[in-house]
Design a protein around this ligand. Sequence first.
Ligand code: UDP
Ligand code: MG
Length: 318
Amino acid sequence: MTKILYMVVPCYNEELVLDETSERLKAKYEQLISNDIISPKSRIVYVNDGSKDKTWEKIKEKHAENSMFSGINLTRNRGHQNALLAGLLTVRNLADCVISMDADLQDDINAIDEMLEKFENDGCDVVYGVRDNRETDTIFKRRTAGAFYKLMQGLGSQSVPNHADFRLMSRRALEGLAQFPEQNLFLRGMVPLVGYKSEIVYYKRGERFAGESKYPLKKMISFAIDGITSTSAAPMRLIFWIGLIWFILAIVGAIYIIARHFVNGSDVAGWASIMLVVVGFGGANLLALGVIGEYIGKIFLEVKQRPRYLIEDFINED
Ligand code: UDP
Ligand code: MG
C-alpha cells in the first residue's frame, strides 16, 4: 500500500522562491506517485508565517492550479519554529509521514527518496537530513553552527544531529511531538526526545534560490540561546560550580588574610586586590544573574500557556 506523504514548508516573505520550489516539488511528487511510492493523496503544505509580501496570494494560486498544493495561513508572524509546528500538527492526522523542509530549496529534494525508503523499508519513525557540506553557507555561519552543535553535545543532555529542520517524521512520531506542550520551541532538540528508531540521510546543502536569509545574526544568536536553554539546565549548574569554587577560594583567602594580620600586623596596602575582587565578583554576579534571568524568562513564558500559533485558514483538497 502506498503511503500518504505530506510536506510542510514554512514560508516567510518567500514570494520570489515559491514558483521554482513548487515546480521542483511537483516534479518530485509526480515521479514518486508514478512509481507508486507515494499515494496521489499526498500534499505539499505551505505555511504562511504572516508574510508581508504576496506569499499567501501565491500559495492560494498554487492550490487553485493543482490540488497537490495546500496552504495554512497563520494570523501573524510567529517565527520559523512555530510555523513549522503549526504545519506538522495540523496535518499529522492526514498523512502517514511528513517531511519538513525550507522554502528556499537549500534542502536537496532528491534526499526525499532515501528518507522515504528508510521510513518504508527500515522501519524508521524519524529520518534526519544532515548536511555533509555547507560550502554554500558563509564561513561565519558554518563555524558558529559547528561550535554551537559541539556545545550542545558537550552540555550533553542528549545528542542533537546537526541538521536544519529537514526531516521525515511518521504519524506516531508526530503524535509524540504533539504531546510536548512547551512554548520555547527548538524542534531539533525536541524531536530526538520523542524517541523511536531514527536514521540520518546525508545531502548537499545548496544556495538559497532567491530572496535573502530570514536568519540575520541577531535571530541566530537568540535561536542558539533558545536551543541551549530549552534542552539543558547545564548553564545553571555551571554557575553553581563556579560559585562553589569561588566560595572555597574565598575561605582560603580569608584564612590567609587573617593569618597574615596576626603575623605582620595590619597594613593599608591591598587596594588593588580589593578592587579586583569587587570587579571580579560584580562580573560573575551579573553573568550568573543573566543566565538565571534567561531561565526565569523562559518559565514566565511557559506558565502563561499562550497558544503557539493561531491558524486563520487551512486550504486543503478533501
Ligand atoms: N521562516 C519562517 N518564519 C520566519 C523566518 C523564516 O517561516 O519568521 C522560514 C523561511 O521562509 C524559510 C525557513 O524558515 O522557509 C528558513 O529560513 P531561511 O532560509 O531564511 O534561513 P537560513 O537558511 O538562512 O538559515
Ligand atoms: Mg535558507
